[in-house]
Design a protein around this ligand. Structure first.
Ligand code: NDP
Length: 336
């Protein structure tokens, strides 16, 4: 089995030498376990947090350990009742070509219902993040304006499309004209703004003539600064991610804090951070039902950016934090 381990911790943006490739023998399949070959590995922004020892909501990866990650794989050998060789499963096998995992920790996938890769994107964790954060905290209403950045990614694209299904106006922010075009043509956003445009703040203000009622926070940084003055009274801000800050930029800036708190008070803002896992028990069933139907009916579109070969995972992950991906970033570790 080939695997990629954490070789050293990044200082700022990750570099290829933070990762190391190893070839190891797979352990025996124990009672209640399965072995699987990984087909797709999901690359997600949260992995930057796992590379660092800074205190977080989840444990960091130890040096020398396999990088964590969601995977879709195929069962090779099973000593777990209810799973057979050939079955496709969603598992947290991490950055490796093969793994032995507990059968109780995986979910069986039906390749007839939806492409198996979607279990890592629109019908998986990122899709659920959008669904739960927007509906539970954002609560968009008919005619309101919802703004989201990283809008062509799996979270942002679902946020905008669900907002539209709820009768709201969706404004997406993305990096570059090609991504902005996709927001309008592919995902049906009402307006698209390029955050690299030197006049970004003015363009955004023009795109939200009635102000912003829901800002689904994915990025932080300069995008957040431009959004802030445009928020309406009673605006809701689900704080989902701060990807512009994950490599360490901006973290020591405290000068904006008093102004933020004045807005929170005078505009009666609701700002609520969340980690999607907290809503799983309450909402995952509803999510799978609604999202599967929307994707099936073509009401929610999704885009995947598939990179071939496990050896290309580090470069693809480094690119994710710089906006080089265009859609849900996946590594095809082996053929389906
Ligand atoms: P994406 O596929 O959207 O990838 C990240 C995107 O962020 C990049 O493609 C890039 O898009 C954008 N980006 C990167 N740097 C900057 C920057 N400096 N300024 C503005 N945009 C930037 O990722 P996901 O959809 O998987 O995740 C989106 C967000 O949701 C992340 O913050 C992630 O951490 C968070 N998240 C939170 C969860 C939770 O439970 N709270 C669960 C899952 C995700 P572009 O080129 O358009 O700028």
């Amino acid at each position: 089995s080939t695997r990629i381990v954490l070789a050293s911790r990044p200082d700022g943006a990750p570099t290829p030498d933070n990762f190391r490739t190893e070839v190891v023998d797979l352990p025996e399949v124990g009672d209640g376990q399965i072995s699987l070959r990984v087909v797709y590995l999901s690359l997600d922004p949260y992995m930057r947090g796992r590379m660092s020892t800074a205190k977080s909501y989840a444990a960091h990866v130890e040096l020398g350990d396999v990088m964590v990650g969601g995977t879709v794989g195929q069962v090779v050998e099973s000593r777990f009742d209810g799973l057979e060789p050939g079955d496709y499963v969603l598992a947290g096998a991490g950055w490796q070509s093969h793994a032995v995992v507990d059968g109780s920790a995986v979910r069986r996938l039906d390749p007839e219902t939806a492409p198996i890769s979607t279990a890592l994107g629109v019908l998986g964790m990122p899709g659920f993040t959008a669904y739960s954060g927007l509906l539970k905290i954002g609560q968009p209403k008919e005619g309101e304006t919802v703004v989201v950045a990283a809008a062509t990614g799996p979270v942002g694209s679902a946020v905008g499309q669900i907002a539209k299904l709820k009768g709201a106006r969706a404004v997406g922010i993305a990096g570059g004209s090609e991504k902005c075009r996709a927001l309008l043509d592919e995902f049906g956003f009402d307006a698209a703004i390029d955050h690299r445009d030197p006049d970004f703040a003015d363009r955004l203000a023009e795109a939200v003539p009635d102000g912003i009622d829901v800002y689904f926070e994915n990025v932080g940084g300069p995008v957040q600064e431009a959004v802030w003055p445009l928020l309406n009274t009673y605006a809701r801000i689900p704080v989902c991610g701060l990807v512009a800050q994950y490599n360490g930029a901006d973290l020591d800036r405290k000068d904006r804090l008093p102004g933020l708190f004045t807005s929170i008070l005078t505009k009666s803002l609701t700002i609520r951070g969340f980690i999607q896992s907290e809503f799983v028990k309450e909402m995952y069933g509803d999510f799978l039902r609604d999202m599967s139907a929307w994707v099936g009916d073509g009401k929610v579109k999704y885009r995947e950016d598939v990179v071939d070969g496990l050896e290309n995972a580090p470069a693809a992950f480094i690119g994710l934090l710089e906006g080089k991906n265009f859609g849900k970033l996946l590594v095809r570790v082996a053929a389906e």
